[in-house]
Design a protein around this ligand. Structure first.
Ligand SMILES: [Zn+2]
Length: 369
């Protein structure tokens, strides 16, 4: 067979694009480009084939590892209560300096294995959290649940799938919204945080077990993890994780500590206060709270920083509208009591406008968070 025939045969059987799986991964893309460059040379068919094989092997290894790259320098997880750990995320917006870690990533060690809450904003964060888990226990990660449909809840989930985790949990609406928005969510987080960390994220939402109201997971030693939903709010679908035996609740973005609330196009603040009331009715008030944002705290604190803030805003904006106020007079809304909260400057105007638009039926736009 002459060179030309070999080349044609290889081109037919190898067909570099796509190799299947994580086709847009930066590492394999590099090898694919390399294979392309080989075309410049004589006998390039053979060299191209060898580079393509390398790309394919790389992809298989990557799939098995879930993520190949640096362990990110994130804060060490703190033990909040017996066997319950959390890495408190940055209190500001997601950016390259915090790797997208601006929510809390938690894990709990039970007799039968480890339960992870939130997959993180990218596979690199999931991998890094896994390295921390391995320092604490040699038990395998058996369960992963996500707080809502947002990128920092879901985008790292592919890593856990690759690690063999079979029990993945999400509220049904969150699962639907993440699946529907996957391309836009991934693109948004990639551009805000860094594509090299985000590119290997894939949509594994069909592998999740979903629930609507509550679901109980047996975790060994007679203990259970309760997955609960109290209704829409920050996001249409969300999961609250409650562990009665450890007296700890992880309400996700239903509850914030200290940080100013971020309101997105899909946020319904009136439903949020109702969901928060159901949450307070259902969960004992003496448990430790690991909120969606901010350090572990008490029920009283998250009530003050989440519910009371929304109630105050509703009251002020309701009054303003009743008195004939408009979008242009929103600066009269007094949020000075919250001025020392993280991201106040970036959020307070939008929060007032968002609630005003909710009250007046205005257009809230689109968010790809
Ligand atoms: Zn969030």
């Amino acid at each position: 067979m002459n060179t030309l025939k070999i080349t044609i045969a290889l081109a037919l059987c190898c067909g570099f694009f796509p190799l299947g799986g994580v086709a847009s991964d930066a590492y394999t893309e590099g090898f694919e480009r390399y294979a392309d460059e080989m075309k410049k040379f004589e006998n390039y068919g053979l060299m191209q084939a060898s580079a393509a094989t390398y790309a394919k092997e790389m992809q298989q290894v990557l799939r098995k590892q879930g993520y190949i790259g640096k362990r990110l320098p994130i804060p060490q997880a703190v033990e909040v209560t017996d066997g319950v750990y959390t890495v408190v995320g940055s209190l500001i917006w997601h950016n390259p300096a915090n790797f997208g870690l601006n929510n809390n990533l938690s894990f709990m060690v039970f007799e039968d294995g480890v339960f992870v809450f939130n997959a993180g904003a990218n596979p690199a964060l999931a991998y890094t959290l896994h390295q921390q888990i391995k320092q604490v226990t040699d038990k395998p990660v058996k369960w992963v649940a996500v707080e809502n449909s947002q990128g920092h809840a879901y985008l790292g989930a592919g890593y856990w799938v690759d690690q063999g985790v079979k029990h993945l949990y999400s509220h049904s609406l969150a699962n639907r919204d993440f699946h529907k928005g996957f391309d836009a969510i991934k693109a948004s987080w990639g551009s805000r945080v860094g594509h090299e960390l985000t590119e290997s994220a894939r949509d594994v939402s069909p592998l999740f077990t979903t629930f609507d109201d509550t679901m109980t997971v047996e975790v060994g030693g007679g203990e259970t993890v309760q997955l609960m939903n109290f209704g829409p709010g920050h996001t249409p679908g969300s999961t609250v994780v409650y562990v009665p035996q450890r007296k700890v609740v992880l309400p996700g973005d239903l509850a914030y500590n200290e940080r100013m609330l971020a309101l997105f196009a899909y946020t319904d603040t009136r439903k949020w206060v109702e969901s928060f009331e159901r949450f307070m009715d259902a969960i004992p008030h003496d448990v430790t709270v690991i909120p969606g944002h901010g350090a572990p705290t008490t029920m009283q604190q998250v009530k003050q920083d989440t519910y009371d803030y929304l109630k105050d805003m509703h009251q002020q904006i309701g009054k303003l509208i009743a008195a004939g106020g408009t979008e242009r007079t929103l600066e009269q809304i007094d949020q000075s009591a919250y001025a020392d909260r993280p991201v106040y400057e970036q959020t307070y105007r939008n929060n007032a406008l968002h609630i005003y638009l909710e009250f007046t039926g205005g257009d809230l736009g689109v968010s790809n968070e």
